[in-house]
Design a protein around this ligand. Structure first.
Ligand code: C2E
Ligand code: CA
Ligand code: CA
Length: 737
């Protein structure tokens, strides 16, 4: 309810405002103590109620009253005074006031009257308002559907006015207003605010005689309502949102038929409202999902740290641009930007600092480029730049130099003065390639050359760049994928006993089942993997496969006494023994069935951690073999203190063991010493039976070599083993060892 207070005593004014403010549904919209201002204020604000002091200075309250009534203002007026002159009272009543109160004693009663005019609130008001908002029908332009119904209602009732109303928190909003020029009125004077109290029709045959409405401004003044009949719009869920009502300026009554027709119409209004609400909800749900999708797409295409496009986004964009270039015969440059010495920042200053540095770098790259260029973060300290509108390689080189200059500017990051440089590889489209894969690989290769040149510089790809360097680069990327895709697999080579023929084990040897290049030997990737940190993963994969394989062979009755797995020196660190131990337990394989091969140099080097790890493994029952024995410089005496079980005599001694007396003598000495130390001997690389005979004579325990078989894939190894047992009639030996 909107209230204007006309009172010249500041004290009383303040009191009234304070008390009224305690009622949340009543709002004081204007306050003044002067006649002229009062009239203007009332006519302009059209309040529901005026609290009027009769004695104003300057001016007169009575005159205010007369003037506003003359101007057709029908607001309710409560008069406050302290000299109750009967003549003046009479004049006031003649102007249609709602009450006359003694300021000093009856102010409270006066305000109570004001509050009593507030229509009651439905019990479910909160929910009702929420549902009302969900219809999305407040403050919308005229709707034909509702207008049609209102017109029909007006025709049926034969009244000049019909409305479809929605009762909002402080107002009623007319969804349709037939015969009434306004689209909303205050809730405090709304008939409909009473109608929504129940699910019944509210009919007011004569408002003049109804105490609830007799002094209602809509009754006393425009539009001079005298008759009202409203049907509440009750949703299926129970909320009465508004009404369908008909109004007249004369008193009357509707027939039962007319009333029931109104109810039917109200029903279709409700149906329409429910439909709108459902559609709005659906629309919002669609919007919400679309926003979520956009968000997800954004995340998928962005690097989280720098907010730059990520690798996927870059490849996407590159692909698009490649198509465009192909059509337009223009040029484009792709720059592979790799920060120099970034690892140093990360390692010495910490990861937070490292992250901050990457953000800084990404900002600088962006600042140095045009809007049409693309900067992306490929991962780690690798960035890429796409220059779609570049005229020549020289121009691309100039941009690269500009980028390095931008990176070289010193800046303060979290209190540290840092500056950067990058090795930049450039590939031009179409000169250096026309597929995403080619362009990225060639730029990467060129970047590698820039690194070699000492960093801080750019190098363009050229076809003459060594194929070897290219292989290496390709390898690193490929190997990462290979591990992901489980392309590193184990082949097995048999190890055969000499004294009493039989299988003593198999060595698991790594192979890379490359999707394009076929099966690659370990010389293509093991050394590389050792320097790039991949060897741990490879070693673990090999162990897992070997153990799983043994269990499978066991299950098929193919008894392989022991499997030997190669272990690089770098793998022998804290925690390795635990890993092996738990893997054995997981596969359910006895420790005696596993041998680990380490090179002689691993032991010879002053590597106390490795030795300690080997001791733990051996104590658990796992065999340790020294691989390539004889090529290192460890003396047999040193071996005495080492935690080992087997010596693998290197192939170079075996090659000429039949012809070279000295080699034969070395093998003999090794065998003798090994026996005295309680070690087993295994000769590697025997290629023919002459080798086998010589080694047998020299007292070697086992022989591994092409003479028996090359390393084989698991299934072929199984077949080989079965054939070997059958051919040599050694069925008994499969379980003998
Ligand atoms: P290694 O441990 O000395 O393995 C023996 C190598 O000699 C194998 O080569 C095997 O195929 C080869 N060989 C066996 N018998 C003969 C023969 O009669 N004649 C000839 N010419 N060669 C024979 P491969 O499989 O190419 O392995 C090479 C090396 O790669 C291995 O030498 C080992 O040092 C390393 N390696 C292989 N698999 C792994 C692994 O899983 N982990 C680690 N760390 N290294 C591995
Ligand atoms: Ca080996
Ligand atoms: Ca070897």
């Amino acid at each position: 309810m909107k209230v204007v207070i006309i009172e010249d005593s500041e004290l009383i004014r303040n009191q009234l405002v304070r008390i009224i403010s305690s009622q949340p549904r009543v709002h004081v919209v204007g306050v003044t103590g002067e006649e002229e201002a009062a009239v203007q204020m009332i006519l302009e604000l059209k309040p529901d109620t005026v609290l009027l002091d009769l004695s104003l200075s300057p001016g007169s309250g009575l005159r205010v009253l007369k003037r506003i009534r003359a101007a057709k203002c029908a607001s309710r007026v409560l008069v406050l005074t302290n000299n109750a002159d009967e003549a003046i009272k009479k004049q006031c009543h003649a102007e249609g006031i709602s009450g006359f109160f003694d300021k000093s004693t009856e102010a409270e009663i006066c305000l109570q009257q004001l509050f009593d005019w507030l229509p009651p609130l439905p019990a479910n008001e909160q929910l009702r308002l929420q549902t009302l908002r969900e219809t999305g029908l407040l403050d919308v332009p005229e709707q034909e559907a509702f207008d049609d119904i209102a017109k029909l209602a007006r025709d049926i009732a034969g009244t000049p006015m019909a409305l479809v109303t929605l009762v909002d928190q402080d107002r009623q909003w007319f969804l349709s207003n037939q015969g009434l020029p306004v689209r909303e009125t205050s809730r405090s004077i709304a008939f409909c605010a009473h109608t929504i109290q129940s699910s019944e029709v509210l009919e007011v045959p004569d408002a003049h005689t109804d105490p609830r409405f007799a002094d209602n401004p809509l009754v006393r003044g425009d539009p001079n309502i005298r008759y009202y009949a409203g049907v509440p719009l009750v949703l299926a869920s129970g909320e009465a949102l508004g009404t369908l009502c008909v109004l007249d300026t004369v008193r009357r009554k509707l027939s039962e038929t007319q009333l029931s027709s109104l109810k039917t119409l109200a029903h279709s209004v409700v149906g329409e409202i429910e439909l709108r609400r459902k559609m709005l909800k659906l629309e919002q749900e669609v919007d919400r999902r679309r926003a979520a999708e956009i968000q997800i797409a954004h995340i998928a295409m962005r690097d989280v740290l720098t907010q730059l496009p990520n690798r996927a986004a870059l490849m996407d964009r590159l692909d698009q641009l490649l198509r465009k270039v192909a059509r337009s015969a223009t040029q484009m440059a792709f720059l592979f930007v790799d920060l120099d010495r970034y690892k140093l920042i990360n390692d010495t200053l910490g990861h937070e600092m490292g992250d901050a540095a990457l953000v800084e770098v990404s900002n600088r790259l962006m600042m140095a480029l045009r809007d049409s260029d693309t900067v992306a973060r490929l991962g780690g300290d690798e960035f890429a730049v796409l220059l779609p509108e570049i005229g020549s390689l020289q121009a691309a080189m100039a941009v690269a130099a500009k980028l390095n200059a931008a990176l070289g500017e010193p800046s303060l990051i979290r209190g540290s003065r840092l500056h950067f440089s990058a090795s930049i590889g450039i590939a031009m489209v179409p000169e250096h390639g026309n597929t995403v894969e080619q362009i990225m690989r060639h730029a990467d290769l060129a970047m590698y050359q820039a690194k070699h040149a000492g960093g801080g510089t750019a190098v363009a790809f050229s076809q003459t760049m060594g194929a070897r360097a290219m292989d290496l680069l390709a390898l690193e990327n490929d190997l990462r994928d290979a591990l992901q895709r489980d392309e590193i697999i184990a082949y097995y080579q048999p190890q055969v006993m000499l004294g009493h023929a039989g299988l003593c084990g198999a060595e698991a040897l790594a192979r890379w089942s490359h999707p394009q290049l076929g099966v690659l030997g370990p010389d293509k990737f093991i050394g590389f993997a050792e320097t790039r940190g991949f060897i741990h993963q490879i070693g673990q994969r090999m162990l897992e496969q070997a153990m799983a394989q043994m269990v499978m062979w066991d299950a098929r009755g193919i008894y392989v006494p022991r499997v030997a797995v190669n272990v690089s020196a770098v793998e022998l660190r804290e925690g390795y023994a635990d890993f092996v131990d738990s893997a054995l337990k997981r596969h359910g394989l006895a420790p005696e069935r596993l041998e680990l091969e380490i090179t002689e140099s691993t032991l010879a080097a002053d590597n106390s951690i490795a030795v300690r790890v080997l001791e733990i493994l051996r104590r658990k029952g796992i065999s340790i073999a020294v691989d390539d024995f004889g090529v290192g410089y460890s003396s047999l005496g040193q071996l005495r203190r080492m935690p080992i079980d087997t010596l693998k005599i290197d192939k170079c001694f075996v090659d000429e063991v039949t012809t070279n007396v000295q080699d034969a003598a070395i093998v003999s000495a090794v065998v003798t010493m090994a026996r005295s130390l309680g070690l087993r001997t295994m000769a590697e690389g025997a290629e023919d039976h002459a080798h086998v005979e010589a080694l047998k004579r020299l007292g070697c325990d086992c022989v591994q070599g092409y003479v028996w078989s090359k390393p084989l894939p698991p299934e072929e190894f199984a077949l080989w083993t079965l054939a070997y047992i059958r051919d040599s009639n050694h069925e008994d030996l499969t379980t003998q060892y």
